[in-house]
Structures are given as C-alpha cells and as structure tokens.
Design a binder for this molecule. Sequence first.
Ligand SMILES: Cc1ncc(COP(=O)(O)O)c(C=O)c1O
Length: 469
Amino acid sequence: MNDGPGSRRRAVPAQSEGDVNHSPHRRAWAARNLDGATRELIAEDARYFLHQSVSTPCLSAIRRAEGIWIEDVAGRRYMDFHGNNVHHIGYGHPRLKAAIKAQLDDLPFAPRRFTNEPAVALARKLADIAPGNLSKVLLATGGSDAVEIAIKVARAATGRFKTVSFWDSFHGAGFGAASVGGEQLFRAGPIGPLLPGAEHVAPFACYRCPYGHPDIDGRPDLDRCKMACASYVRYVLEREGDVAAVIAEPARAVPYLPPPGYWRSVREACDAHGALLIFDEIPTGLGKTGRMFACEHEGVVPDILVLGKALGGGILPIAATLCRPELDVAGAWAFGHYTHEKNPVMARAALTTIEIIEDEGLVDNARKVGTWALARLADMKARHTLIGDVRGRGLLIGIELVSDRATKAPAADAAERVMYRALEQGLSFKVTMGNVLTLTPPLVTTEAEMSAALDILDACLAELAGGPG
Ligand SMILES: Cc1ncc(COP(=O)(O)O)c(C=O)c1O
C-alpha cells in the first residue's frame, strides 16, 4: 500500500472544516477539565460508537441545551457559538416544543401514500419564502440526502450527469454529497470510489486566493484579479460542455464571502452552457447571514435551493430541496422516497421554526448583531497582530489567525489554544481549516451576549500574546 502524499489511502487527511478530535491540545484540555462522571460517559460513548474524525471520541458530554446555552454534565455552561448551525431560534424554543407536542397528539406519522396538512403547509411556506419561483419541494431527513435529491433533479432535467463544485466544500457525508464535496476527510482514504463526473474547481477565497492574486485587506483586488475564480468556472463549463449543475454554498462556511458579482457571473455562465445552479444553503439559509437566504445578498436566484439544519428548529432532523416547477420532469421515477419524507411532526417543527424566525424578527437581529460584532472584531484586529483577517456576514463570522500578517502563515496552534481557553471561560465555537475561529451563534443572540463572547475572545487572544491586547 502506498501512503505517500499522492496516495488515495493516505493515513491522515488534510485539514478540513472541523477541528480535530485527537490533538494534544484536546488531551491537555480534557486532563484539566473533565471530571470522573464525564470521562466515564465519554469512554462508554467511545466504546459503543464507531470512531470517526470530528465526532467520536467526543470532547465532552452535555445534559442541557436552552436558548444560546449548552450545559455539560458537570454543570458548566457555555454560550454555543457553533451549534452545528441548527440552533437559529435557540435550543428548546418553548413555542416549538409546544407545537411538536401538540402535533404528536394530533397525527404522529403519515405513511408516504397519504399526504397531511402540516407537510402541505410547510411546502407552501417554503415556496412562499424562497427566492424566485422555487415552488416545488421534496423533503428529507438530512442535508446530505437533500443535496443528493438536488443532484438527481439536475440529472433528470438536463439529461447530463456531471457537476462542478468547490474543493474544500462540504455538502454531506453520503456518496453523492461527498462526491461534490471537496474535503479529503469525507471523500479520500478508504471512502471512494465516488460518483463519476464530479468535477471540482478552486473556490473564491480572497484572503488566500487559490489563483495567487493579492487581496486588499481581505477584499478582492478586482482590477488585478479580474475575478479569475469566476472565469475558471465558465472555462470548465465550456470545456466540459455537458455539465448538469454547478453546486456550491453562496457564502462558504469557512467562512468566505464571494467577490461582488461572482454569482451573477457564474449564473450567466451556467445559463450560457445549459448547466443548472444549485445553492446549498443548509447552514446559511433561514437568516444566518442577515437575509432569509445568503443568495439574496448576491441578487442571484438558483435553479435549486437546498435547506436543512435549522429547518428543524434544533430539535428534529429535516431538510428540503426546492426547485423551479419546470424541473419537475421525472414523476415516473423516485428521487427522495424517504420513510419520513412527509412526517407531520418534522413538518410541524419546520413550519413553526420559520414562523418563529419571522414573528421574532430574527433575520433582522442576525444582521444587526452581526454588523455590531464585525465592527468590534475590526477593532480587535487593530490590537491583536495574531488576527490576519476578519470576515463574514450576519452571524456567520470568521477570524483567521496568522503568525505573520505578511506571509499569512496560519497560526493553527494559536487557534486551538484560543478555542480551548475560550471553552474554559464559557464560550464554545469551532475552528475551521485549522486556523479560522468560526462563530455561528444562534439568531436569537443579543448584542450583550455577543459582547460577552467577544470579551472572552479578546481576553484569550491577549493572554496568548502574553499581555493585554
Ligand atoms: C453546507 C452543508 N451542506 C450539507 C451538509 C450536510 O447536512 P447533514 O449533516 O444534515 O446531512 C452540511 C452539514 O454540515 C453543510 O454544512
């Protein structure tokens, strides 16, 4: 077996979106912080669950989740600025719990050959809030499945099978979703072979442009780069000539925002070459970026939109694939024949979650608190040389740590130290790509809570630098 750098079977995958569960910093944190009962539960978890990167063995164990807070089994509370992006409305929202309980009494399940009122009401609601005319819906129990439905719809509607997607992206763990994903962790080593025709391009990433163009303080220098990242998508669509769809997150989870006009350019290229545009808004949809959908910032409507995660209100698993009615062309086949496709309890949860987001003005809150946070982080960047870049939109925020602003050498060790120190002070967040502190708090986060979280980060960064920031 060849485990060299080019081998499909390399023993350790490259850095990915999530922080790793086997680092020395994690061991040190665990030694300092975990009590006997927690250790026992983690050990039992590791005994019974299959081990896999970025989950088992676990970091710690929790016993409560409420609002923006999680509480571990030892009773310590953490602001959850990660939450897998499921907790837009906060954990355990009382209105959502009441709606789910009522639905359990009313109609707990519907075999697929029967429709039901909550499922239809949800589909109607999704069609109402979606951009453009994305009025046909299929429901699934997870984002990965919903992405795969989108790929199948694109295949059926175009008669083609190829896709173009981003390296470094994540679209789910199923074979189809992992094929369009671009992270080794989910597609290389023992996992392949994957779908044929899943082509990849380098994504937009202005602070570290994969095409080698310089940035201006994290923003693109469009006069110089001419948006090479968008041109290359057009080039691939033209050369391949028979691509079914481009699939991507409109705002990348790393996070990276697209250069202005990027998606308009890709949309035009898709139209010119007969490819559909699929937006995966599983983490960003339903308000995370300060608009109901991240693609609304770009003024671009996809042909297919995929939602998940927060759709179930942080309680139930549900995802949705929305598309234009013209793509409803394969009624004789089955794309998403999932047992719980129209589960009324899941549907009620999703419908109520959207109503809560609307009634409580949570999209606006995400925009306001996010704008405030980005301003505060710009100030922190001026004081902490470790911060190379601050970027984001709404409550999707990234703070990239570098050991040298000129070379942009990633400060991965520092990022992990900050993450574990912050945990000790009651703030949980994820480190992405090794050195990006990624904050994705719930949409219910107040300015005071955001301020408290950034105080913790500020203090951790100062501590690392050996004094006040
Ligand atoms: C952008 C994106 N797409 C798809 C998925 C997969 O969703 P699920 O884990 O529900 O299958 C995720 C999950 O993290 C995601 O972030």
